[in-house]
Write a protein that binds this ligand. Structure first.
Ligand code: FES
Length: 380
């Protein structure tokens, strides 16, 4: 019933995201890693990661993503995959492809890696290399072939924004040619470096609609074919163009457990940026305590934390008030209704950003780098 609150229920952390390192050879302008990454040291050891995986598995985690930064920069990746495999996880490597040599691919196959998600920035070399500030386009093509040679299911991931939305059809054709089983066309979510570059990357509604129509046309053509390899295309509409927020992370502390390179445990990979949240660390606290009893993981469970707009809304169990990080970034208060929601008193701010997009395109773009990270967050 609208108006009453429910006690938070604590389920299992089904999804474990192991962010092995924030180091990355690429410099993507939409990277979701924290912009203060250059100050984050003390990466966990192999033994600490194995302990994390073991504890989380006991709690019920079944899917494990190895991510970063670039997880292939860790030379113990094969060992971690093997341990994860023995523990019974379904393992996914989330990579830019840099570092996936034939020798390492074979070792990862032997270690039991189940699945690979390979990122591209665009269907053209020029834009791919510009957006990542590296010459990686050809390398990614070679890596895609290597992934298929090792018989892994492949998700190709391409983050969309106003630069590459006009190339959506070509991006799809590239995914089909590379035999990707899935293509994730993930419109930019504005956190981390993407938040800094938000005005530069924001498309217009028309650009978005044209791209979505291309996706739908491809789906219809593919459905009409009776045979041949199918590539499933996922097109996620960006929050800023919606009237209702997404159920971010499926709800705070509901199923998702992210562990940062330094051992910080987070209910979402951007939680480090939320002020006042005392995030626990797996180096000194058991994961069961973190998941079930820590203040941070309980902060936005259930609905008693909600402000009246969310608490009185019949949709609160569907979207859980939306994204806490987005609420904080746009309103300065993480307990606010996600301003993507048209019921939010701050919704006009989201509308305005979209409206201003065409006039804000000449502002400088900021590439992710250690130097920029230090410039944005000078050492205390
Ligand atoms: Fe942190 Fe949505 S990204 S709650």
């Amino acid at each position: 019933m609208a108006g009453s609150t429910d006690p938070p229920s604590v389920g299992q952390p089904l999804w474990l995201l192991a962010e092995l390192t924030y180091k990355c050879p690429l410099h993507c302008v939409f990277c979701y890693n924290p912009t203060q990454h250059a100050h984050i040291h003390d990466e966990m050891s192999t033994a600490q990661w194995v302990d994390v995986m073991t504890q989380a598995r006991k709690l019920g985690a079944a899917q494990l993503g190895f991510s970063g930064g670039e997880p292939l920069l860790r030379d113990d990746l094969e060992e971690l995959v093997q341990e994860a495999h023995h523990l019974g996880y379904y393992t996914n490597l989330i990579t830019s492809g840099v570092g996936l040599t034939p020798a390492r691919a074979q070792k990862l196959k032997d270690a039991g890696l189940d699945h690979v998600q390979l990122s591209f920035q665009d269907s053209t070399r020029e834009l791919n290399d510009f957006l990542s500030h590296t010459k990686t386009f050809e390398l990614k093509q070679r890596v895609a072939k290597l992934i298929k040679q090792h018989d892994w299911p492949m998700v190709m991931n391409c983050v969309l924004h106003r630069h590459n939305l006009p190339h959506v059809r070509k991006i799809i054709e590239m995914a089909v040619a590379l035999e990707a089983e899935y293509l994730e066309l993930a419109n930019t979510q504005y956190y981390g470096w993407a938040w800094i570059n938000r005005d530069h990357l924001m498309p217009t509604r028309e650009e978005l609609q044209v791209a979505e129509a291309e996706v739908n046309a491809f789906r219809a053509e593919q459905d009409a074919q009776s045979s041949g390899q199918k590539c499933r295309v996922l097109f996620v509409v960006p929050d800023y163009f919606e009237e209702r927020p997404k159920a971010c992370m499926n709800g705070w502390g509901a199923v998702f457990l992210s562990i940062a390179p330094d051992g910080l445990a987070m209910p979402c990979h951007n939680a480090r940026d939320l002020p006042g949240l005392q995030l626990p660390n797996v180096k000194d606290t058991p994961i069961a305590d973190i998941w079930q009893r820590s203040t941070a993981f309980n902060a936005y469970r259930g609905d008693s934390w909600m402000k009246p707009t969310c608490r009185s809304c019949d949709e609160r169990h569907k979207d859980f008030g939306g994204c806490r990080c987005q609420a904080f970034l746009i309103t300065g208060d993480a307990t606010e209704t996600d301003p993507v929601c048209s019921k939010s008193a701050h919704h006009h701010k989201v509308v305005q950003v979209v409206k201003n997009a065409p006039t804000r395109r000449n502002i400088p773009i900021v590439f992710r780098s250690d130097a920029e990270s230090r410039a944005l967050h000078p050492a205390p």
